[in-house]
Design a protein around this ligand. Structure first.
Ligand SMILES: [Zn+2]
Length: 182
């Protein structure tokens, strides 16, 4: 768990420092039809200071906007990095994530920070196994079901340039501005 030092408003971005002195920032969310959301993200080759700063800022942005998940292209970086924050599961960072196993199917309701004011009903795998690396470049494998499985599938789709509205069977509907989004 990261402990935060102090915050200040700097160059109109909210900037803070953790206790290691790494600068973090709240990053603006790219919104459809921004072309970056359609790009395939690149694999991360190694973890360096810039990747660590991006991950720190993605986690801070995730908390700031109370989202369940965030993919790097949504904040303007076409790199294969996602962060997922589900209550009781804590924050999960995955670099170069891949779904290696899918089980079952279920109809779920979801939204996306990059597609404001809409939600949709979409078929997702009921359970998934995802492999990738964590922020320490350690290989990890996550078995997930429920909301975590849904969030992982949604965020990994972002890395392929796919939004939930791109799935042909999704039934999209409009919501009031500011309603909860996944
Ligand atoms: Zn999304």
């Amino acid at each position: 768990m990261t402990r935060w030092g102090w915050c200040k408003v700097y160059n109109s971005a909210l900037v803070s420092y953790n206790f290691c002195g790494v600068i973090m920032a709240i990053l603006p969310i790219r919104v459809f039809p921004d072309p970056i959301l359609k790009q395939k993200s690149k694999r991360v080759r190694t973890i360096d200071g810039s990747v660590q700063r991006l991950i720190g800022s993605m986690i801070e942005t995730l908390h700031y906007i109370h989202a369940a998940g965030l993919a790097a292209p949504q904040v303007g970086f076409p790199l294969r990095i996602i962060v997922v924050g589900i209550p009781e599961k804590g924050d999960i960072v995955l670099i170069n994530p891949e779904v290696v196993r899918r089980k079952g199917e279920c109809l779920v309701d979801e939204g996306c920070l990059s597609v404001p004011d809409y939600r949709g009903e979409i078929m997702r795998a009921e359970a998934v196994t995802v492999k990738g690396r964590d922020q320490n470049w350690k290989e990890i494998r996550i078995k997930a079901d429920g909301l975590l499985a849904q969030a992982l599938q949604h965020e990994i789709d972002h890395l392929k340039g796919i939004l939930y509205i791109d799935h042909p069977e999704t039934k999209i509907y409009k919501i009031e501005p500011g309603e909860a989004e996944l």
